[in-house]
Design a protein around this ligand. Sequence first.
Ligand SMILES: [Fe+2]
Ligand SMILES: [Fe+2]
Length: 169
Amino acid sequence: MASEKMIKALNEQLFKELHSEYFYISMEAYFSSQNLDGFANFFNVQAQEEKAHAYKIFNYIHRIGGKVELQAIPQPKINFESPQEVIQLALEHEKFITKSIHDILALAIDERDYTTSAFLQWYINEQAEEEESMDKILNKIKILKGDPAGMLMLDAELAKRVFVPIPAE
Ligand SMILES: [Fe+2]
Ligand SMILES: [Fe+2]
């Protein structure tokens, strides 16, 4: 059985995933306003993924007999300077989430809560992928240095991303 401290930590992570969803919707809005529909699509899918991450934790808390306690989601950043700034912020955000997941795993191991440790393993892998994909886009943008033709090609590439449902808990 997970400790009260662990249930609290999982609820905090549930909040962070929902906040991530909100943050990425804000980024989607920025790209839509710039007519970069492929980038907007990428962040639409990213937001859907964050909601799925949240629901996986939501279901896990229930499965182990805990109580889901939602909290208010603060307004995300709504003004952005450039596509590069957005991707840079998204990468930094993913690194922040990775650290957060690592902290909960450390708590789980400390408490010999091996069930939650196993549950968190999926997130460990997911975060590595999230950082990698964001880092790749950032590198491409840096190479392009605002070249319009190149940016439109990247936009077309990002338009292809589709949401793939994640395994439910
Ligand atoms: Fe997430
Ligand atoms: Fe994420």
